[in-house]
Write a protein that binds this ligand. Structure first.
Ligand code: GDP
Ligand code: IMO
Ligand code: MG
Length: 428
């Protein structure tokens, strides 16, 4: 069996949580492979709304095993907080989640360092979610990090204090005054709960054994391809590989195990935090997208920047990950628009470019193609034939430009507000 990989093709918040929840009935195993609590994945069903940060979005289905893979960075306090909220809402989590021994820990001082580094950057700050992601991955790659498996070792506290002291020294050098005592208390209690209540495993074995025994696995990406540490608009990126390749290193599966690469995109674009955004709309149209799309961060509540669909960036993301199918989200947000634009190229210093540029500082003027709006409510549509012609024209243009089929159209946040297109046998 294969691992199908769901990834965001834009700057995150494309609707990955909803899609993983919709697809999960076909997958006995769902696995997160990178990122950490910087993610906020929203699911809506039966009139209820949940936001997940660390826990895979398969948790609401009774027979799905949810794996938090080695590539994820885990803050035990946030993880246990999520478990508590789910249990309080009557969602059973016991026996449904396993955690990789090799996943790295986010310490309270990682969060403090995140804040200190952002403060030091001043106006050029990244706009991090301040969950400690960058500092935790930095410790991982500089070989100083602590892993989940360490909490099972007798010398865990000693290792913790050694690393914490390093962080405190750095915070002092940065003249960043903070007190982590309270956070540390909760963190240590959560570590104890992890030890007692969680199944901590060599998840690479679990996944490969699941595949061998004929079980399909769905890998749930976090963030988006344009925030990838290698291919995003560096340095305005996150600190992990958000692209499909991240699933191999973040789960311990061979490239040949990858099946479908399911690329999720919004019918327009959003970005939260700093960094280049060529099609950003700082006008009433951008405001309309934000209002209609409720574009406020699931993790931080920050207003998301909004703009038209960017095909240059989308094609780049599709190329890097080899997306085999596209799923289009949130077209309903543009129901009232007279006209819809899509960037088909960039104009940089008077030259037309169809590549995403290395130099992110240069002013980019997008070259737009305009489409007629459908001016009709689509949230109640449940079949492709019910979708307006103008929307189908828009979708067909995207397919023609990218060469990849749009196999699903999402018309609202709820699980049910989803249209599988006729050709869409494998996405569902
Ligand atoms: P993720 O991080 O990729 O899982 O996405 P988020 O949950 O951060 O943001 C997506 C937001 O859009 C959430 O509030 C979803 O409930 C909502 N959403 C998902 N699909 C649709 C859709 O097709 N239409 C509308 N209007 N909202 C959607
Ligand atoms: P999901 O999984 C949108 C952005 C932050 C910031 C940059 C670095 O919900 O799509 P970090 O906290 O990683 O140091 O932040 O990346 N960012 C996201 N934007 N969705 C996310 O996750 C994001 N995770 C990080 O806003 O610009
Ligand atoms: Mg999100």
């Amino acid at each position: 069996m294969k691992v199908d990989v769901v990834i965001g093709l834009q700057w995150g918040d494309e609707g990955k949580g909803k899609i993983v929840d919709v697809l999960t009935p076909n997958y006995p195993v769902v696995a997160r492979f990178q990122g950490g609590p910087n993610a906020g994945h929203t699911l809506e069903f039966n009139g209820k709304k949940f936001v997940l940060h660390t826990i895979p979005s398969g948790i609401f289905r009774p027979n799905t095993l949810n794996i938090i893979g080695n590539g994820v960075v885990v803050d035990p306090a946030i993880l246990m907080g999520e478990i508590g909220k789910l249990n309080a809402a009557g969602i059973e989590t016991k026996g449904k989640i396993v955690l990789s021994k090799k996943a790295h820990l986010i310490l309270p001082t990682h969060r403090a360092l995140d804040a200190a580094y952002e403060a030091a950057k001043g106006a050029s700050k990244i706009g991090s979610t301040l969950k400690g992601i960058g500092p935790a991955y930095t410790d991982k790659t500089s070989r100083n990090g602590l892993r989940i498996g360490d909490i099972l070792q007798p010398n865990f506290l000693q290792k913790y204090h050694t690393l914490k002291q390093k962080h405190v020294d750095t915070l002092n050098q940065l003249h960043y005054n903070t007190n982590v005592d309270e956070a540390e208390k909760i963190w240590m209690q959560s570590v104890e709960q992890l030890r007692q209540e969680f199944t901590i495993v060599d998840s690479e074995y679990d996944i490969n054994e699941a595949l061998k025994s004929g079980k399909k696995v769905l890998a749930e990406g976090a963030q988006g391809s344009m925030l990838d540490v290698d291919f995003g608009s560096y340095p305005f990126v996150t600190s992990s590989n958000t692209i499909c390749a991240g699933a191999c290193t973040g789960l311990g599966i061979a490239p040949g195990c990858i099946g479908e690469v399911i690329g999720i995109f919004k019918a327009y674009c959003t970005r939260v935090g700093s960094g280049p955004f060529p099609t950003e709309l700082n006008d009433e149209v951008g405001e309309q997208l934000r209002e209609q799309g409720h574009e406020f961060g699931s993790t931080t509540g920050r207003a998301r920047r909004c703009g038209w669909l960017d095909l240059v960036a989308l094609k780049y993301s599709i190329m890097i990950s080899g997306a085999t199918q596209l799923l289009m989200m949130k077209a309903d947000v543009m129901d009232n628009f007279d006209a819809i634009k899509v960037a088909i190229a960039y104009n940089i210093n008077g030259r037309q470019a169809d590549r995403y540029p290395y130099e992110i500082g240069a002013p980019i003027t997008p070259v737009y193609k305009e489409f007629k709006g459908w001016k009709q409510k689509i949230a109640d549509c449940r079949k492709e034939v019910h979708l307006p012609k103008e929307l189908m024209d828009y979708i067909k243009f995207i397919e023609q430009e990218t060469g990849v089929p749009v196999k699903l159209v999402s018309v609202g946040p709820d699980r049910e507000e989803t249209i599988l297109r006729q050709t869409c046998r494998n996405a569902g």
